[in-house]
Design a protein around this ligand. Structure first.
Ligand SMILES: [Zn+2]
Length: 280
């Protein structure tokens, strides 16, 4: 199984690999850029090469890159929309240069226009982006959200609508965030609720398209539409429900990434230990 954690890129990208190795991970997630800045990483060829070598040496089998929230491909504001398209093209190229398997993205905010208009803008932007990044292997994964404000992607029919509008849907996949699904109104806490979500994804997009699971407990209640992650087993989803997710036979090839709070120094280690035990 591929189990890892979101690690910081402070210092350098190579430091991120060291952080993952220290935690004995065979997968990791990093941000494509500082979450509060537009400036890109600009990975040099030598650095990308070193990253690849070190990653193989450390047996990091899955590298997931995450696009920060600031970037919004569903935006009705022309300047932000154009800037976001440029940023995606850069990030997709850089993720590919690093040899990352997946680039995870939120589906943007329609900013009080309409969901349909947001989905249309998002999809048309993706067509531009894919057209500009032909031959790139890194797959773009659409992450579900908790459904706060005007954010798209709190139900999987939004993913389906994007798949329908994109000319190269084979370059897409799904990132399933457990905390987001739970707060969006998928009752993962019960077996019935979990199975019905899995069936919904399967019917709409195909369960095989779930390439990454953001494995998080939730600080907030079911259907609260508030996105706040909690340590594994300590939140409103809880241990047995999360175990059902990680033990699901149809998710066994997915990469499980923890985005749990990092308050104490050993939080990552504690969460990873519990997760690995659950997965056994
Ligand atoms: Zn997530």
């Amino acid at each position: 199984m591929y189990i890892g954690v979101h690690v910081s890129i402070a210092g350098s990208l190579l430091d991120a690999l060291d952080r993952a190795k220290a935690l004995k991970c065979n997968a990791l997630q990093i941000f494509s850029r500082n979450p509060r800045q537009w400036r890109q990483l600009e990975i040099k060829d030598a650095e990308a090469k070193e990253f690849g070598e070190k990653r193989r040496k450390y047996n990091i089998e899955r590298v997931v890159v995450h696009i920060p929230y600031l970037i919004n491909l569903a935006s009705p504001y022309k300047v932000l929309y154009k800037k976001s398209i440029t940023a995606y093209i850069e990030d997709l190229k850089e993720a590919d240069k690093l040899g990352a398997e997946f680039l995870v993205t939120h589906m943007g905010s329609h900013a009080k226009t309409s969901e349909l208009a947001g989905i249309d803008r998002f999809s048309s932007a993706l067509n531009t982006i894919f057209n500009d990044t032909k031959g790139i292997k890194t797959r773009l994964l659409l992450e579900n959200t908790s459904g706060s404000g005007s954010w798209l992607g709190y139900k999987f029919v939004h993913h389906r609508m994007i798949y329908n509008r994109v000319k190269q849907p084979e370059r897409l996949g799904v990132c399933l965030d457990t905390a987001h699904a739970f707060t969006a109104g998928y009752d993962l806490k019960t077996e019935v609720g979990f199975n019905s979500m899995i069936n919904e994804i399967d019917e709409l997009i195909g369960i095989d398209s779930v390439k990454v699971v953001h494995f998080n407990d939730s600080k907030k209640d079911f259907s609260s539409h508030i996105d706040q992650h909690e340590n594994i087993g300590k939140g409103k989803i809880g241990m047995s429900a999360l175990q059902r997710v990680i033990k699901h036979p149809k998710l066994k090839n997915a990469t499980f990434i923890l985005e749990t709070p990092k308050v104490n120094k050993d939080d990552d280690e504690a969460n990873l230990t519990i997760t690995r035990k659950m997965a056994k």
